[in-house]
Ligand binder design. Structure first.
Ligand SMILES: Cc1ncc(COP(=O)(O)O)c(C=O)c1O
Length: 394
């Protein structure tokens, strides 16, 4: 069988590689996950919403629908974009429903990347996006980040070096993998700088609503004066990832193109889950549900920080998340977190080495830690174990 050249560019994700290393070890405490806690799905309310939807919609829920999405859901998302995300002039023309924001990343690859095009990302960035762009022949240029977000001086340098870059992919809220959020100042300066270039900004925001400390900051799309930002929102982290509901918010021209491409890709996202989500949002207080998620994750993140302070060698740097699902570790430069993982797994703990989140040569002394899919007891126990493992090396 002769496959396309694109297939040779598909890489196994570092995350799957870690999963293989811990498979069959049932008692392992895993900080390697990238998932919301299923115990936080609003199961009872979803059941009631599904029943109500089933009674009212019947066969319609099992039929073909429009590629653009289920109209009542589009209307709810327009309202959300105006009220929560500050996109004052958002209308249905700006929206297309997606089967997860991951689909939006793939479609953005199709829309904006030709062979050899440079895609600019934060360094590190979301592996799923890098891997979605790779098959289209993208070359990557990384921009450094620090505690305040993307480093503007480095952004200017990378844009100057790559004047023909068409796509700039960023996650300003509680980034996967670092958990960092950009400051307001960085957001504003970022928009000032990119507005001088003919580059599309792909703003991926699946974690923005899981802010559990400090006030929400404006999304890039709300600061955009040139219709340069293509925004991806998702219900995966605030309602359920398995429903596969996300949306793009962009200029009407781009939203139409996304719709046309989506038609070739999967015709439509399932009516069934779009309807369940719509009924759920109309019947129940989703904001109260999101608050509950925030409070639960805050407890776990705070506990992880406290345990790290108490049990890790002081040489290890770590982020203090204000939201999202991840915390980022930086070990002393000479250490390789992938090698240490063998010892950690032996001791009963897993994490994701940070190297695979870099498009080029990875930085070997970094680690992504997840705090949403572990209990407080597991955090207490697991961080102590990991501290002992690190002490053997530092
Ligand atoms: C930054 C980022 N973007 C996109 C996705 C995909 O999310 P969805 O479930 O909406 O496809 C994820 C999933 O973890 C993510 O971390």
């Amino acid at each position: 069988m002769v496959f396309s050249i694109r297939m040779s560019r598909i890489k196994e994700s570092g995350i799957r590689a870690v999963q293989k290393r811990i498979v069959g070890k049932s008692d392992i405490i895993s900080f390697a996950a990238g998932l919301p806690d299923p115990n936080l799905y609003p199961m009872e309310d979803l059941r009631k919403a599904t029943e109500e939807m089933f009674d009212k919609e019947g066969q319609k829920a099992f039929s073909y629908g429009l590629t653009k999405g289920y109209e009542p859901l589009i209307q709810l998302l327009v309202k959300r974009m105006i009220e929560k995300e500050g996109v004052k002039d958002c209308t249905r023309d700006n929206i297309c429903i997606l089967s997860g924001s991951q689909q939006g990343l793939g479609l953005a690859g199709l829309m904006f990347i030709d062979e050899g095009d440079v895609v600019i990302t934060e360094n590190p960035s979301y592996l799923g996006a890098i891997n979605a762009f790779r098959p289209y022949g993208a070359e990557f240029a990384g921009v450094d980040t620090d505690d305040d977000g993307i480093v503007i001086e480095d952004l200017e340098k990378v844009l100057k070096e790559n004047p023909r870059a068409k796509l700039l992919y960023v996650i300003p809220n509680f980034q996967n993998p670092t958990g960092k959020a950009w400051t307001l100042e960085r957001r504003k300066r970022f928009m000032e700088v990119v507005s001088k270039y003919d580059v599309v900004v792909l703003e991926d925001n699946p974690y923005g609503e899981i802010r559990f400390r400090n006030e929400p900051l404006p999304d890039l799309i709300s600061l955009d004066k040139k219709a340069q930002v293509v925004y991806l929102g998702s219900l995966s982290k605030v309602l359920s990832p398995g429903m596969r509901i996300a949306w793009v918010c962009a200029s009407p021209e781009v939203a139409k193109m996304v719709e046309a491409l989506k038609e070739t890709n999967d015709l439509q996202s399932p009516e069934l889950t779009q309807m369940v989500a719509t009924y759920y949002m109309n019947m129940f207080d989703m904001e109260a549900h999101i608050k509950h998620i925030q409070q639960t994750y805050k407890k776990r993140a705070d506990l992880m920080v406290k345990m790290i302070e108490e049990h890790f060698p002081k040489e290890i740097k770590f982020t203090r998340p204000e939201g999202g699902m991840f915390l980022w570790l930086e070990l002393p430069k000479e250490l390789d977190s992938d090698k240490i993982l063998d010892d950690a797994v032996e001791a009963g703990v897993a994490y994701i080495p940070g190297e695979s989140f870099f498009a080029h040569e990875g930085i070997k002394n970094t680690i992504r830690m997840n705090f949403t899919l572990v209990t407080e007891e597991q955090i207490e126990k697991g961080i102590k174990i990991l501290g002992d493992v690190f002490k053997k090396y530092i």
